[in-house]
Design a protein around this ligand. Structure first.
Ligand code: GLU
Length: 278
């Protein structure tokens, strides 16, 4: 290679390297969401598609429905006005943080408990729902509380959930079988692959309402305050989300959505501006 060619190749290489690192800086995961929303009024939310009452795909209408979905739509409207659009991407308990970190979604509204461990990876909004972990069993089951689970019992949980961690602390003897998502876990319970299923009471209530043969037992043995997860470094967007939630408490939207999904329950209603404290 001639000297001139070598010099030209060297400068081309520098250009490519800087060009690529420039792209990385502007990648979706690093962009300022609040700024993007000024020109592009669409917020992409990660939501559950298989969790009755919170985020469930209606197979007839192909529309996802639930408390989390209505909260997402109302927040989008508060932030962007009537022109704004909420888009939904399916997440599971296991995939939600990676999808947020990769920039595939702007926020997670998916029955997600705020915990100190998760706060090391993502930021959370004010608490928007208060759940607690419980057990779902077939009626007539020998299990009536977390305390009497033994090495003969198999408990079904979902990967990536706090429930999977908590049950190991509360029932160290029990066998734990981990499934990918809530639809699979409930199917496993119905087909006798486990003696009980455990997760948040509000999620289990949705399953019990689907099948009379199953019921919750033993009350709750943890607290599970739900928050909306936003990537770190998105303080402006996080403030917009918290501002929207507070407005929804003031103007009655929050109560309306709550009453729509939990008309006969006293579970879960969160107070305006409720903060997580460890
Ligand atoms: N709220 C619990 C959690 O965040 C259980 C529900 C879920 O898996 O999304 O892990």
């Amino acid at each position: 290679m001639s000297k001139v060619k070598k010099i030209v190749s060297f400068f081309l290489l520098i250009l490519v390297v800087f060009g690529l690192s420039g792209c990385k800086g502007d990648s979706v995961a690093n962009e300022n969401i609040a700024e993007r929303l000024e020109t592009e009024p669409v917020i992409t939310w990660g939501v559950k598609y298989d969790t009755r009452l919170f985020g469930m795909m209606n197979i007839e209408t192909r529309v996802v429905e639930g408390f989390d979905i209505d909260i997402a739509k109302a927040i989008t409207k508060e932030i962007l006005g009537d022109e704004g659009r909420a888009e939904f991407v399916e997440v599971t308990s296991k995939t939600r943080i990676p999808l947020l970190k990769n920039g595939n979604i702007d926020g997670i509204i998916a029955t997600m408990t705020i915990t100190s461990e998760r706060l090391e990876q993502v930021d959370f909004s004010d608490i928007y729902f208060d759940a607690g972990q419980s057990l779902l069993v077939e009626k007539g089951s020998h299990i009536d509380s977390v305390e009497n689970l033994t090495a003969d019992d198999t408990i079904l949980v979902v990967k990536g959930s706090t429930s999977a961690i908590n049950i190991r602390e509360h029932a160290p003897e029990a066998n734990i079988l981990e499934l990918e998502n809530y639809a699979e876990a409930f199917t496993a319970l119905q087909s006798g692959q486990g003696d009980a299923m455990t997760t948040d009471n509000a999620i289990l209530l949705g399953m019990a309402s689907e099948n009379d043969n199953y019921g919750l037992v033993g009350g709750t043995f943890t607290t599970e305050p739900y928050g909306i997860a936003i990537n770190k470094g998105q303080e402006d967007f996080l403030n917009e989300v918290d501002g929207a939630l507070r407005k929804m408490h003031d103007n009655g939207t929050y109560d309306k959505i709550y009453d729509k999904w939990f008309p006969n329950e006293s579970v879960g209603k969160a107070a305006k501006g409720a903060k997580f404290n460890d």
